[in-house]
Design a protein around this ligand. Structure first.
Ligand code: KIV
Ligand code: ZN
Length: 529
């Protein structure tokens, strides 16, 4: 089919909103801005940048992202509550391409048990909310939350009403990841059949799928085959519970199976996928599982002899995509002791990082120090150096030095020195159940932040005895899960850095209120959908 006749499928990225709802995945202002910039470069059509009513941080990031981005539509989420919509409208006031996304639950169980409102009332509130949002922008999306479990007749009624009130996109969320592909696709076909005004008014239908049954991508693709023209997804598939549909999987499924998706086109520059996947993983502290499709470490690894043999004879025997098509670097062995600053900068850019000169210089110094210790320096080493630099640049506390003693039959002890934001060095010593426990206790004494360690693991990021170690931890702080990562050739130091990164995150990101569920304009805290 010629390009001119193809239907453009909008990619709506919600990494910064639904994705950030993954336990522990708190992002600060600078991180959100950087991810948004990279999403625009990737070519996504819409970026859901946050839920402005939930926190000042979300408000500020929606505002900054909306004002900076030139091409992508920037969207703020709001319940069907007047103050939510005003807050989203205010955040988007200076945006180049604003959208307000309002949602209200519609399924029987949500109507009866959560909202305790009849459907007529819910339709009325939804109409008023869409109209209110239209006062701020003519780009308004409406979502009947738990749409896939809503009676089709109710979906038709509420959607028709929302369109008449001015909604330009209708999103049907599979909020709890319950739908199966045929069923979900049927909803879209049915809606288009029953509501000819959708096509007549160029209203976009949109899919938003959660992955509780591992069907988020399959459901999204089924929606596209049945008339959805927007897919909502996240980088690495992060999101509430089992996550959202993964952007890279949706995009590469449609591209690789162009025979099935020939009628559609996407504006995505797929080569940016891998670097952005790494960035999101590093900033959220959510590791990508090794066997994750498209961006996992093993996604293009061929282990079985038969496969390796086939690959050597012809790549297409066992490879359906070329790794370079999604930006996976061909070779991972890159630089050594004698590599210069220029080569280092090029490699950094190739890996998808945009860093200022000062950070680059510090990273280069680190690289030189590492190259002195290590024979081969791989991409993963360079990424670790950069991630560590970026992590340090947003820290309130910095690690100056530490010393630990431990062994069989002795009580582990640690002395730690941290530098605070006023440049003052502070020291504490503690004993513990092993060197890491002792070190973490000393750091808690210095920072005054009490946490419980929930998860701790380390791994070598490249092969060999001289490899760098990565420590990844999750801590609980007053009921909130926060992740941290650290890197070093010394695994105890990596553990210290990981803990410090979590402590810094606790201090530099806000907690979002999550409890009330009513769409009334109450003074209750806001619930995340
Ligand atoms: O999953 C959901 O229902 C949502 C809505 C806000 C679209 O995230
Ligand atoms: Zn969702």
């Amino acid at each position: 089919m010629s390009d001119a006749n193809k239907t453009h499928i909008r990619i709506f990225d919600t990494t910064l909103r639904d994705g950030e709802q993954s336990p522990g995945a708190t992002l600060n202002f600078g991180e959100k801005l950087e991810i948004a910039r990279q999403l625009e470069t990737l070519g996504v059509d819409v970026i859901e940048a946050g839920f402005p009513i939930t926190s000042q941080g979300d408000f500020e990031s929606v505002k900054a992202i909306g004002a900076e981005l030139q091409r992508a539509v920037v969207c703020g989420l709001a319940r069907c509550v007047p103050r939510d919509i005003d807050r989203a409208g205010e955040a988007l006031q200076g945006a180049n391409n604003p959208r307000i996304h309002v949602f209200c639950a519609t399924s029987k169980i949500h109507r009866e048990k959560k909202l305790k409102k009849p459907i007529d009332e819910i339709i009325r509130i939804s109409i008023e909310s869409v109209k209110q949002a239209r006062q701020y922008t003519d780009n308004v999306e409406f979502s009947p939350e738990d749409g896939s479990r809503t009676e089709l007749s109710v979906l038709v009624d509420i959607t028709g009403a929302a369109v008449e009130a001015g909604a330009t996109t209708i999103n049907i969320p599979d909020t709890v990841g319950y739908a199966v592909p045929d069923e979900y696709g049927h909803i879209f076909a049915y809606m288009r059949d029953q509501l000819p005004q959708l096509d007549a008014n160029d209203v976009y239908l949109s899919a938003h799928c959660h992955n509780d049954l591992g069907l988020a991508v399959a459901n999204s693709l089924s929606a596209v085959q049945n008339g959805a023209r927007q897919v909502e997804c996240t980088i690495n598939g992060i999101g509430e519970r089992a996550g959202n549909a993964s952007l890279e999987e949706v995009v590469m499924a449609m591209r690789t199976r162009a025979d099935f998706f020939d009628r559609f086109d996407l504006g995505i520059n797929a080569k940016k996928i891998y670097p952005l996947s790494r960035m999101v993983s590093s900033m959220t502290g959510l590791m990508v599982q090794r066997n994750k499709a498209i961006v996992g470490e093993n996604a293009f690894a061929h282990e079985a002899g038969i496969h390796q043999d086939g690959m050597l004879k012809h790549r297409d025997t066992y490879e359906i995509m070329n790794p370079s098509a999604v930006g996976v670097p061909d070779s991972k062995l890159v630089l050594g002791k004698h590599s210069g600053r220029h080569a280092f900068r090029e490699r950094v850019e190739h890996l998808g990082y945009t860093v200022d000169d000062e950070t680059l210089q510090k990273a280069f110094d680190e690289f030189k120090a590492l190259a002195d210790k290590k024979k081969d320096v791989y991409d993963e080493d360079i990424e670790a150096i950069l991630d560590q630099q970026l992590e340090s640049s947003r820290q309130l506390w910095e690690l100056v030095r530490f010393q630990v003693t431990s062994g069989t039959g002795v009580i582990a002890m640690a002395t730690v020195v941290l530098r605070d934001a006023t440049d003052t060095e502070r020291m504490a010593a503690a004993t513990g159940d092993g060197p890491i426990d002792a070190m973490y206790s000393a750091m808690q004494q210095i920072t005054g932040v009490q946490t419980t360690l929930k998860d701790f693991h380390t791994r070598a990021i490249t092969a060999g005895k001289d490899a760098q170690g990565e420590a990844a931890i999750s801590v609980n702080h007053s009921g909130r899960l926060v992740n941290g990562r650290g890197w070093s050739t010394d695994v105890v130091e990596a553990a210290a850095r990981a803990y410090l990164s979590a402590l810094n995150r606790i201090r530099t990101t806000e907690r979002k209120e999550v409890s009330a569920t009513s769409p009334e304009d109450s003074e209750e805290p806001v619930s995340q959908p």
